[in-house]
Design a protein around this ligand. Structure first.
Ligand code: SF4
Length: 213
């Protein structure tokens, strides 16, 4: 007697923590919805998401299901040139899902990704043609400071920044450079900006982390 094994068709799922609607001026053009996902490769000291990431129970959604949730704001997106921003956590861990999601949404919707770039470069390749704006939180370009603050490998982040510049160019990338209390100084922040400029990027966001206990 022979037994037949059937292979189920699988599709990438997104571990959705929350959708924050009607955002403006924070993460991309126009009105956006932030689709926050679970999972991150870093362990940043002042991470405001850590508690959330631990406590919240993600709901695993298909690309079609997420589109169904988000299309309530279709008119806002189309009228303002806005769309969807994937954040987290580290949404680039779910690059396959994001690529799939791009095929579900109207072409007028913008697609933005907030990322630390602490991910394999292959993940970037998957979504390069799908993304309108990469919002990169680089933490600090000094590898020691970066490691002290995140526990991660700053070289990986820097290699990915260069890769992103080569493949996406400066227009599609906004680099956030924070002043991190207890970890870097204003001088470090300026040095990071200079280092990022040397790569060729022109869009920056300098700000200071506000620490709340
Ligand atoms: S990269 Fe973001 S989500 Fe991940 S630990 Fe750092 S601050 Fe938190």
């Amino acid at each position: 007697m022979s037994s037949q094994v059937t292979c189920p068709i699988t599709e990438p799922l997104y571990p959705l923590l929350s959708c924050v609607r009607l955002r403006m001026g924070t993460d991309g053009a126009g009105i956006t919805t932030l689709a926050a996902g679970a999972g991150c490769t870093l362990d940043c000291r002042w991470c405001i998401n850590k508690k959330l990431l631990k406590e919240a129970v993600p709901r695993y959604v298909t690309a079609q299901e997420l589109y169904t949730i988000l299309k309530i704001d279709d008119l806002y997106f189309q009228a303002t040139g806005g769309g969807v921003t994937f954040g987290g956590g580290e949404p680039m861990l779910h690059a396959e899902f994001i690529h799939r999601f791009k095929n579900e949404i109207p072409s007028a919707w913008k697609l933005n990704i907030e990322t630390s770039l602490a991910i394999p470069a292959e993940k970037l390749s998957i979504v390069l043609d799908d993304v309108d704006l990469f919002i990169v939180d680089c933490k600090d370009m000094n590898i020691e400071i970066y490691h002290r603050y995140t526990g991660g490998n700053g070289k990986l982040m820097k290699d990915n920044l260069r890769f992103l510049f080569e493949k996406a160019g400066p227009e599609k990338v906004l680099v956030r450079v924070p002043l991190i209390p207890g970890y870097n100084t204003k001088d470090d922040q300026i040095k990071s900006i200079e280092s990022i400029q040397k790569i060729g990027f022109t869009r920056f966001d300098m700000f200071k982390y506000v620490i709340k206990d």
